[in-house]
Design a protein around this ligand. Structure first.
Ligand code: ZN
Ligand code: ZN
Length: 130
């Protein structure tokens, strides 16, 4: 996995770049991720927040605190509605793989919350359960 990822939203208003390596690349099938993506799960890269840089645009944000008390601040484009990155309380930023300019730079190795996935979820083979 190489660093220097770039990406942005569907309409092109919001752009970002990542200067470091991804800490983790995963697929999540939790209920929140289903709601946020509108499909069977979330594919994303976890990067250090210090390596994540907003290059262009002013995304809108939405805060959600989980039952465990962790707040995630999700960013999305106010013009086209694309789901963009989320910032967790652990100094990590989670970036959806589909927002990368080159989605083939995403190489997931882990999967989480598969027990909550719907029957029709497309869970890839070969990923380690976290
Ligand atoms: Zn947009
Ligand atoms: Zn999730």
């Amino acid at each position: 996995m190489s660093g220097n990822f770039e990406g942005g939203c569907f309409c092109g208003e919001v752009r970002y770049k990542i200067t470091g390596e991804a800490v983790l690349q995963l697929m999540c099938f939790c209920r929140d991720c289903l709601s946020i993506t509108g499909t069977d799960g979330y594919a994303g890269l976890m990067v250090k927040s210090e390596d994540f840089h907003l290059v262009q645009g002013k995304p809108k944000t939405h805060d959600k605190t989980s039952k465990q008390g962790r707040t995630v601040t999700r960013h999305f484009c106010g013009t086209c509605g694309s789901n963009l990155w989320g910032v967790t309380s652990f100094e990590l930023t989670s970036v959806p793989a589909g927002s990368l300019d080159d989605p083939n730079k995403f190489h997931p190795s882990k999967k989480v919350f598969t027990h909550g996935a719907p029957d029709w979820a497309r869970i890839p083979e070969g990923l380690e359960e976290m």
